[in-house]
Design a protein around this ligand. Sequence first.
Ligand SMILES: [Zn+2]
Length: 401
Amino acid sequence: MIRAYKFLMRPTVGQAQALSEMLRDHCSLYNGALQERRDAYRHVSKTGIKYGMQSAQLKEIRAFDPERQGRWSFSSQQATLRRLDKAFAGFFRRVKSGETPGYPRFRGVNWFDAVDFPKDGDGCRWDSTSHDRVTRVRFQGVGHVKVNRHRPVVGRVKTVSVKREGRKWFVVLTAEQGEPELLPATGSVVGIDVGIANFLADSNGEFVPNPRHGRRAAAKLEAAQQALSRCKRRSNRRRKAVQRVADLHRKVRCQRLDHAHKTALDLVRQHDFIAHEDLKIRNMVKAPAPKPDPGRPGVFLPNGAAAKAGLNKSINDAGWGVFLTILTSKAESAGREVIAVDPRNTSRTCPRPECGYVAAKNRPNQDTFHCVACGHTAHADTVGATNVLRAGLVRRNARQG
Ligand SMILES: [Zn+2]
């Protein structure tokens, strides 16, 4: 399976200049090769020029123009000539089928926006500074360019391309991933409810507690941040305190990621089908309502407690978002199905099929569900997960039917 990735690059001023020159020189190579084909085509002999003939001239072209053509990767230049060859192949195919296509055109330097490197390691190197925390990609003639790698690259990188869009630079990768290793079917389905008291509850009444180390690390982090705020500006102590906060942040992130991976793997091994709440909808539904100022219509009261709760919530949301992303990708590669469902009323609906009564009163407090119609009692998060599973199965059946 081939997967493509596109990341924003953050070149220095000098590197951006070099990237522009790389496009410019590949553009003139493209146009030069097009000119040659054009002249040959118009000649009475109607000579056809093939990719192989043009590629064979590259060595000479590079030797003749070492400042410009000789500066760039041989393989990327071959890729540009191949791109022209493709344009011609399309042109002739359409002529043959009786159409009147436009002859391949010269490209203005502002209309030539991509250079391809057919093989990682040949004229370019993805993750060229892998020992560093910052990801970089190296291009021949440009150097190590910083990359905003917003998600991990899975599999072996095959091709690398530079792309210009407006004033931004991107690197586009294709990576080869092993065939997914499908897990044997278990016949089991599950709904999950992510929460604050427990990391998650499932529809079988099981709970995954929040990782303990998370709370301990959070306390340490808070202490480190307080210590930092007491340091004098530009002092040596301050520099060390900044480092300590950064280290703790990284540690918390790693532990949380590790926990998310383990939890997701457990779920994917045990169940064929996993339903969870759609967090985007949930955030919209459960956003705290602002308190209007009774004295001034249209003005809202400041609320410190709400702000703090909001912060905790956003940290939790980030954690759940990461977890669900990991869960979805693990499920995909194992051949499992994951469905996000609308979370509205999942915590207020009685899960007994013969009842199904919906009321806010069904949930007297955070942990307890007590149906006012039939008396059914259970942990509120288990009820939520059960309703999520039911909604997920309805969606799946609708999709299949
Ligand atoms: Zn009920």
